[in-house]
Design a protein around this ligand. Structure first.
Ligand code: PMV
Length: 420
């Protein structure tokens, strides 16, 4: 009887600075253009996954696959994927990742293992953040280590969900567009220490699922948008290099302008899709307005913050240390109803003293911000409490992987979930 193999990994979601939208190959998930992202910090947002492989010693029985995602269980029948009923995971993509691993690995007889998988997120599913990138990155890392996969791990994660390939690394990450699958991979441009003053704020405005998934949306855009060609050309010819240079030089002005222009351009492509895709809502537009006005506050032509939106209304703000408290002060005071618990419920942060931000802003600056708020509320915003959560993150580091360590595993060695 051979010992089971256990691998546990932890990965974070990533936010694209230059976005991916549109595939040249649907099966292999090859992107029309390259993209660049920032990986978030695992202490605020992470997926944790454990994979256990046990040798199926009874040849008369089919090998089994059991997956438990956020406490929902699914048994996957590989021979009959249609019989799988309610899917807690995209079974077709899961099998495509699994087969890629088993067809190119060092472990002997890779099809003879029973596979148990358990995975959960440390952020509420209801907080409106997609977990497919961190989820498939975790799965790829676990399967690759368990089966001793010979190929590129980011290529593997990409088969599950395109943007997942970028969550296989920390720091600033680039995913290259290429017609050959093994060349369309992600790699680190700069590690998480490169620009320590950088902060990412996720403003969760809505927590419902999006109406059109990125897969369907991209398919429609690729089929119908005339402007997409122009975008792909622009990104490949100019934007990827410009973004890389801005990050390398820590040039926040160029960085912020590019981030906002690329988000705007992506949503213009969505509008050009037929029928159009509307991911931004009125609250998102209010955030765009807020960032635009905040950038004018000191009248010094320096950008202080940048907004970006993916395929949904929630907003991501990129902002350096010296302005982050000012901006959060604005968010908290722009028509938020004050309540005793507002900070505790509202802010999830990597920094413990983030909640006591009021003490850290000078009285003179606070007076200036209060004037800004009065003006902004009066002109643009009379809706109360329009932000559900604010998540504060720094640039995150590489994923964690532990091989054959049951102490960190989400499954016991009898493959039952560990007790909470
Ligand atoms: O990888 P998917 O299918 O979740 O698509 C991601 C698409 C965007 O988030 C809008 C852009 C990106 O590059 O992450």
């Amino acid at each position: 009887m051979t010992d089971p193999i256990v691998v546990t990994s932890e990965c974070s979601p990533n936010i694209a600075l230059i976005k991916y939208w549109g595939k040249s190959n649907e099966e292999l998930i090859l992107p029309l253009n390259g993209s660049i992202s920032i990986t978030l910090d695992k202490s605020v947002l992470r997926t944790k996954t454990t994979v256990v492989l046990e040798k199926n010693t009874d040849q008369s029985l089919k090998s089994t696959i059991k997956i438990c995602l956020n406490n929902e269980l699914q048994e996957v029948d590989e021979t009959n994927p249609k019989s799988n009923g309610k899917q807690v995971i995209n079974v077709k993509r899961f099998i495509s990742v699994l087969n890629m691993v088993r067809n190119s690995c060092l472990i002997s007889d890779p099809y003879s293992y029973n596979i148990s998988i358990s995975s959960n997120n440390n952020f509420p599913t209801a907080c409106g953040l997609a977990s497919s990138a961190s989820g498939f990155a975790c799965l790829a890392l676990c399967l690759a280590n368990a089966f001793q996969y010979k190929g590129d791990i980011s290529e593997l994660a990409r088969l599950g969900s395109g943007s997942a390939c970028r969550s296989c690394f920390g720091g600033f990450v680039k995913w290259t567009a290429h017609e050959e699958s093994n060349k369309s991979v992600a790699s680190v441009l700069f590690d998480h220490n490169h620009w320590p003053e950088m902060n990412i704020l996720a403003l969760i405005l809505e927590d419902e699922r999006k109406i059109v998934s990125s897969t369907d949306g991209m398919r429609d855009t690729t089929k119908t948008s005339q402007l997409l060609k122009h975008r792909v050309d622009l990104v490949e010819r100019e934007r990827l290099t410009q973004m890389e240079t801005a990050i390398r030089d820590k040039d926040f002005n160029s960085f912020a302008e590019l981030v906002m222009k690329d988000s705007n351009n992506f949503h213009a492509i969505c509008m050009d899709t037929y029928p159009p895709l509307f991911y931004l809502n009125d609250k998102s537009k209010l955030i765009i307005r807020l960032v635009t006005e905040f950038n004018k506050l000191d009248g010094d032509n320096n950008l202080k913050a940048a907004y970006s939106f993916d395929a949904g209304p929630n907003s991501f703000i990129f902002i350096l240390d010296k302005y982050v408290l000012d901006f959060v002060y604005l968010l908290k005071n722009i028509n938020f109803e004050k309540s005793e618990n507002v900070d505790k419920n509202f802010i999830l942060s990597v920094t413990d003293d983030f909640l006591r931000l009021e003490e850290k802003i000078s009285d003179a600056r606070k007076a200036q911000l209060d004037d800004f708020i009065a003006l902004f509320n009066n002109r643009f915003c009379n809706e109360k409490r329009f932000i559900k959560y604010l998540i504060h993150s720094k640039v995150g580091n590489d994923p964690l992987v532990s091989v054959n360590d049951w102490s960190v595993s989400l499954l016991k060695n009898n493959c039952k979930p560990v007790d909470k």
